[in-house]
Design a protein around this ligand. Structure first.
Ligand code: SAH
Length: 346
């Protein structure tokens, strides 16, 4: 099987050109064509004939196929189901913000974390996505916008909050970030990429050296170790206090924060006492809290608290002066909201 062109970051591409005695100036032309102009799924035609023949012969330019598209009637979110070469499926969501979009990308088929509140976790882990399958979600969603919502093909933020645990697939996710960041291609600003983790320490250890500057979101969900372990089983292996220790070592630039995500689950972690403990834990850190009211899915065991309970929780956090946002639910009518992605039943 041919290697995918979209598995190469810029320096890989230069190396391939050099090793094959081709002019390495073609690297920027290729990146420009495929990532900036996002032309099509054939090899760029504006490079020397020898280089173009070489790439056509040795590399695959196809991308994950769009299997189905569901558009939310409520808020214009778009959920894509992609079919991969081995027939596995993953989901990607475009979330509108004025006339720009954030893209929520998947990093694995299924997930090994088995969090009790998450629909994707119910599938177990099937496999890691390759870099090209990660980058391909972005390119295909962008092309879909250009065709179906012309003029709106502006995807300004990338969040790794789709299916999978991105730090459990560190190498492929890192390379995808390098491609997104490359100035020869999509040139996404580093402050526009966020990776969300359940607290997978082997990945956090690599963060500082290998992907400094990328934004980090931690799925915290409870400041109480026993409760957190009930929600996120890997907390038993990588407890919250250790996770926070590694996060605290990540250098932040001036305006950068760590986002702490907190799912609010009725009568489980939504009391003023929970809020107080959360505030105490995060006070003094460069923290931003994202409260996510639990999103139900078929067969889910938890419920979402009432609006006044949510407001009360936030009010307690406000006393700690930690910026806190209650995340609105977008795309829930097409099961595209947080934790509702599960390719099997889509
Ligand atoms: N594995 C990563 C990224 C995927 S989940 C992580 O754990 O962070 C992205 C976000 O959606 C996480 O904060 C996750 O906890 C949240 N989420 C999962 N299921 C949810 C649900 N049913 N309702 C609300 N948020 C959910």
């Amino acid at each position: 099987m041919k290697q995918s062109f979209y598995d190469l970051n810029f320096s890989d591409l230069e190396r391939v050109l050099q090793q094959n005695e081709l002019n390495d100036s073609a690297a920027s032309v290729l990146f420009n064509w495929h990532y900036k102009k996002k032309e099509n799924t054939q090899c760029a035609t504006n490079i020397a004939k020898a280089a173009s023949a070489f790439f056509q012969h040795h590399f695959d330019f196809s991308l994950p196929e769009i299997d189905t598209v569901q558009e939310s009637n409520k808020d214009r979110s778009v959920k894509f189901l992609f079919k991969l070469k081995d027939n596995h499926k993953v989901e990607t969501v475009l979330i509108p913000f004025h006339n720009k979009y954030s893209i929520c990308i998947s990093s694995q088929v299924g997930c090994a974390m088995n969090c009790s509140f998450c629909f994707t976790g119910k599938q177990g882990l099937k496999r890691n996505l390759t870099t090209s399958e990660i980058v391909g979600q972005f390119l295909q969603a962008w092309r879909w916008l250009r065709k179906n919502r012309p003029g709106e093909e502006r995807i300004l933020n990338i969040v790794f909050m789709g299916q999978g645990e991105p730090l459990h697939n560190f190498d492929a996710v890192k390379k995808a970030c390098e491609i997104f960041l490359s100035q020869h291609g999509t040139s996404i600003g580093i402050q526009k990429i966020t990776i969300s983790t359940a607290g997978y320490i082997p990945g956090l250890k690599r963060w500082r050296e290998e992907i400094p500057g990328v934004n980090l979101a931690l799925s915290l969900h409870s400041p109480v170790e026993e409760k957190r372990s009930e929600l996120i089983p890997i907390n038993m292996k990588y407890p919250l206090d250790e996770v926070l220790h590694y996060i605290d070592q990540i250098p932040l630039h001036k305006k950068q924060f760590i986002t702490y995500e907190y799912i609010l689950i009725k009568e489980f972690n939504d009391s003023p006492e929970d809020a107080k403990q959360l505030g105490t834990l995060l006070a003094g850190k460069r923290a931003y809290i994202n409260l996510i009211p639990f999103n139900a899915f078929p067969g889910s065991q938890y419920q979402c608290p009432d609006a006044d309970k949510i407001a009360q929780f936030k009010a307690v956090l406000d006393t700690f002066k930690i910026p806190t946002l209650i995340r609105g639910t977008k795309g829930d009518d097409v099961l595209a909201a947080c934790g509702q992605l599960n390719s099997k039943i889509s």
